[in-house]
Design a protein around this ligand. Structure first.
Ligand SMILES: [Zn+2]
Length: 163
């Protein structure tokens, strides 16, 4: 059984899958688990809501910057070298545009996920028959803020159905 939150997330993002290639950012070799991605915790239903809550808590002084700007060095490296620039400015330091990095998890993929670097690679994963999950993460290379932006189903029965 998948956690309820993840099921809901899959429903929410399903319509976006057709454009998944354009959502892809990436890096060559990420080395951390999905659990290291802020926002990926159990019970998180709406990642945008969780993000807004966290930013508000920071602005109210209830969270220190060092408590929330703690991205894994591999994530920052991936964001800097191979990430795609987002239109959004970092909500914490406001000194840089956020960068997007995508990791795919699932059977026959590394336990730490595969950091997808091209739309072609993502299309190949999406053509697979097994259910995979892509995590799109936003990260700031200036202050190391990071947050899970989207969770997208990749491959699986949906891919077979839509051809
Ligand atoms: Zn920042």
């Amino acid at each position: 059984m998948r956690p309820a939150g993840q099921r809901i997330a899959r429903v929410r993002v399903r319509r976006r899958v057709g454009t998944i290639g354009s959502l892809v950012a990436m890096s060559s070799q990420g080395h951390f688990s999905a659990g290291a991605l802020r926002g990926a915790g159990r019970g998180v239903v709406d990642h945008r809501l969780a993000r807004r809550h966290l930013v508000n808590e920071f602005r109210r002084g209830r969270l220190r910057q060092d408590q929330i700007c703690d991205a894994h060095p591999e994530l920052i490296r991936a964001a800097r070298n191979l990430g795609t620039e987002s239109r959004a400015t970092c909500p914490i330091c406001e000194a840089a545009k956020l960068r997007l990095v995508t990791y795919v998890f699932g059977s026959r993929l590394p336990a730490h996920g595969r950091c997808v670097s091209t739309a072609k690679e993502m299309a190949a994963l999406n053509a697979r028959s097994d259910d995979l999950t892509a995590y799109v993460v936003e990260a700031c290379v200036e202050c190391r803020w990071h947050h899970l932006l989207r969770v997208l189903p990749v491959g699986g029965t949906r891919a077979r159905r839509t051809g």
